[in-house]
Design a protein around this ligand. Structure first.
Ligand code: ADP
Ligand code: MG
Length: 438
């Protein structure tokens, strides 16, 4: 493998930011390497240790992909140029650049408002017009693919237009930034960065679950910003009270301001969204087709967008005429494909992880309320999202009698009708499974 081959493979395998910043500086020394050891050179020891800690496995995989070998990876430092200080400075610049990148198409203008998201939309608009005055924090929650990130970034884009300083990060980026700063003894910079903004936007805050140290740090960030009347907006796939492993003082703070939910859109909203998105994508759809898509896709707006992209691709790449039959086939294919791709063990694993129990409990004989509930969720989702029959599902779960499967499905349907929380859990899981978010 030449250096060029190596770079081409790792570029595909790595996160593109990591490749652009660090990995492309690697030089593979073919002459000094053999199938047991692969030698690389890089000009800075911090970059070398960063790559070693995060990418050794991936680099090994590159060799495996190329010729099936699995050499030990060694990274040598040659002609060091940058000091630690310079490296940290560069990293900080990169991190902060990354954190403020907003998708310019996520605006209030491109967001279709309906009764399912009216309150979240109004509150978002209010806080980005006058940050820190009303509703602080604003906590937006709802299932995946329903527009939380879009609204959050719309707040950011709008506030930037008003000349405000905005930080947008996912809670995972916040956490990475935090651990990086601890490691490099650069907490001062971290703190001042997060505490000097006018608007702090944190996406997917549910992932704070169980991260004690980050919760502690976020608690202080939150307090400082709140005391200084700076706006905080967060999104989550569930209510603060439902985030397991979140300390009480954060739970209560998250509810200090306003919590607004985003529900599944109703038919009219779905139609309006399809109209808007097809217009943006430059495809024209008849009323009949729009109605067909809106009535047949119930899970999320992301799913609807996916279908529009496929319609567009079939039309432009395969030169197909867009008509109802073509859309019906495409949807049928998509539904079939999704169903074939979803396996029962995947459902068990994701349900167990979402409901905080062990996967093995679901197949066990345990009858505690938590396990019984998780089993019911698995049964319902297995029926909805796969082609498995009731006896198949019973067998898989080690249940003797498949009449209890139909009983569980009936019970789940009842709960969806009357228990808002259960409905939200099901919706979320469904979307995560369909979108393979596990
Ligand atoms: P979430 O963060 O809740 O998982 P996203 O904000 O990523 O969902 O939304 C998924 C996709 O659906 C995005 O492309 C977004 O633009 C689109 N979308 C969601 N809700 C709306 C809406 N009300 N109007 C227009 N587009 C929407
Ligand atoms: Mg999101």
């Amino acid at each position: 493998m030449t250096n060029k081959d190596f770079l081409a493979i790792i570029q595909k395998e790595a996160r593109s930011v990591d490749y652009d910043r660090y990995l492309k500086q690697l030089v593979y020394k073919k002459i000094s390497s053999d199938e047991n050891i692969a030698i690389f050179e890089v000009s800075n020891k911090y970059i070398a240790s960063w790559i070693k800690s995060k990418y050794t496995q991936v680099i090994q995989n590159c060799f495996e992909i190329y010729d099936g070998t699995k050499p030990t990876i060694e990274i040598k430092i040659v002609g060091e140029k940058k000091s630690k200080k310079e490296f940290i400075k560069e990293q900080i610049q990169n991190e902060s650049a990354e954190s403020t990148i907003l998708n310019p198409s996520y605006t209030f203008n491109s967001f279709v408002v309906g009764s399912s998201n009216q309150m979240a939309y109004n509150a978002s608009l209010a806080v980005s017009n006058k940050p820190g005055i009303q509703y602080n924090p604003l906590f937006i929650y709802g299932g995946t693919g329903l527009g939380k990130t879009h609204l959050l970034q719309a707040c950011g884009n709008h506030a930037i237009e008003q000349g405000k300083t905005v930080i947008y990060v996912t809670i995972e980026q916040f956490m990475n930034d935090f651990t990086f700063s601890i490691k490099n003894k650069n907490m001062e910079h971290f703190r001042s960065k997060y505490r000097k903004c006018d608007v702090l936007l944190i996406d997917d805050i549910q992932f704070l679950s169980g991260k004690e140290q980050t919760q502690e740090e976020f608690f202080h960030t939150f307090n400082e910003l709140h005391n200084a009347k700076k706006q905080i907006v967060m999104t989550s796939d569930r209510l603060p009270s439902q985030i397991a492993g979140l300390v009480d003082r954060l739970k209560s703070r998250f509810e200090w301001g306003l919590t607004a939910d985003i529900q599944l859109p109703g038919l009219e909203t779905k139609i309006a969204i399809i109209e808007k998105k097809s217009e943006l994508n430059g495809i024209s759809l008849t009323r009949e087709i729009i109605n067909f898509i809106a009535t047949n896709l119930d899970n999320s707006i992301r799913e609807i967008e996916g279908v529009l992209i496929r319609i567009n691709a079939s039309a432009s790449l395969l030169n197909q005429e867009i008509n109802l039959e073509m859309v019906q086939n495409l949807l049928k294919e998509q539904i079939k494909e999704t169903k074939e791709n979803i396996k029962l063990p995947d459902i068990i694993n994701i349900v167990a992880s979402e409901l905080n129990i062990k996967p093995s409990d679901i197949k066990s004989k345990k009858r505690t309320a938590m396990v019984a509930n998780a089993r019911r969720v698995v049964i319902y989702l297995a029926r909805e999202l796969t082609h498995n029959s009731m006896p198949d599902i019973a067998k898989f779960l080690g249940m003797k009698d498949h009449s209890s499967i139909s009983h569980n499905i009936k019970k789940a349907n009842e709960l969806i009708e009357k228990d808002e929380n259960f409905k939200l859990i099901i919706q979320n899981l469904k979307n995560k499974i369909i979108n393979k978010e596990w």
